[in-house]
Design a protein around this ligand. Sequence first.
Ligand code: 1HA
Length: 270
Amino acid sequence: YNWITEKEYSDIKFESLDGIAKITINRPKVYNAFRPETVLEMIEAFDICRERQDIGVVILTGEGDKAFCSGGDQNVKGHGGYIDEQGVPRLNVLDLHKRIRSLPKPVIAMVNGYAIGGGHVLHVVCDLTIASENAIFGQAGPKVGSFDGGFGSSYLARHVGQKKAREIWFLCRQYSAKEAEDMGLVNKVVPLDKLEDETIDWCRTILKRSPMAIRMIKRAMNAELDGQTGIMELAGDATLMFYLMEEAQEGRKAFLEKRDPDFKQFPKFP
Ligand code: 1HA
């Protein structure tokens, strides 16, 4: 595939191809573990994907054939979080989770190897997961002195059920791609050399669908779980659609023309 580089970064690759964006964690020496800078770069790339009207779907993956992401970089883990270049401890991957969730476009995790710890949570928060046969899934927190009680546990339990989610966290075992598929954690498993083909095929199908319908479905499915924030985001899209209607435009027109609005002309549906 002739991916076009969108922007150069130190820790990630950010590319696109015909409406598909691809964000690749590019730290293969540490199995694509993230440090605060990696997360900042991903946040910026996701923000660009949100703004870009020509992008309809985003792939998140890891460089190489060993790992999707092995979680927080243990080399920079200090007191209070992962230490950034200014010496500030951060857990900024949680901000990335919120970005992925509220992006009004589907995000597909293309899991090409280990998805462990905070790397596992990254695929959990994505809308869909396509994995290669060599992919390995699991949490590591309670083994290495951490835990993610946010989307990494409650949303994981929505995918696999409470018993399985507790097993995954309490025991910190590793699961094969097949086991992950059987528990509903993964949408599809394919051989590694077919992983990108399969993912692009899914992206191209999504790009044929109505972007507004997909946006509303993602928002509605989030809203059930995300409380007032979820309702706010769904309602924001309802407002967006209302603004596209003549009824909303009549209010604005009347204000600017300094007359009473004529809302009587609009139907009151059953
Ligand atoms: O829990 C959180 C958070 C919670 C709340 C809010 C924010 C959070 C943010 C992050 C996290 C976490 O991610 S905690 C969990 C952190 N991750 C881990 O504990 C996984 C560590 N890695 C492993 O268990 C294994 O490396 C592995 C199962 C993924 C692969 O094992 P394998 O095949 O035996 O390879 P290994 O030799 O261990 O790793 C290959 C290279 O990658 C090693 O480097 P080398 O000795 O060749 O120089 C290894 O050190 C490096 N590497 C792997 N994972 C990490 C890593 N280096 C730094 N950080 C890593 N996470």
